[in-house]
Design a protein around this ligand. Sequence first.
Ligand code: SF4
Length: 197
Amino acid sequence: MSHTLRLHDFLPISHANGPGNRTVVWLQGCSLGCPGCFNQDTHSVDGGDVVAVDDLFTRITSLSDSIEGVTISGGEPLQQFIPIVALLHRIKKETSLSVLVFSGFTWNEIQKMEIAHRNRHAENLLNSPLPYIDILIAGRYDPTKRVAHDLYGSANQTVHFLTDRYTLADLACLPETEVVISLDGDVIVSGIDPIEF
Ligand code: SF4
């Protein structure tokens, strides 16, 4: 079965969205409504572009020689649950790229989501993203607890190292903001502290 994702933006190489050189995929659509969200353009479920998961996978793997991993952000990636799990499954099974995911859902909410999917689709391989993720940053952004470093937007968020590929030390030396200007003049400001830019 071919899956599609609603994509907000794609950055081939970033240094501020996880360890090493990483491709960043921002997904479109988020209903969580965190006050002070920097990425409000990603909220509408009608925005962005619809892309085939297989095409997005090919676009990512064409960069494999230049990156060590992929960062999935949003928007809320897990509100496109089945197709994002399909993409992560392919990345994990068919490449050596690492996977970092930012989700506004808490760890407990993600666990419940997983159980619900497993109950509904017992035989479906795509009922959990967790086996395919190296680092998960979980939880809503709370501007009253803003910290904006080491990939934490706010202190209530939690970081989960789901494999032994990385440790907290790998997050400690990352630039907090990055500005990328493409050859056609597009500007992407990203990182954990874009508000300060
Ligand atoms: S989950 Fe992320 S994209 Fe959604 S409102 Fe919160 S900070 Fe913004």
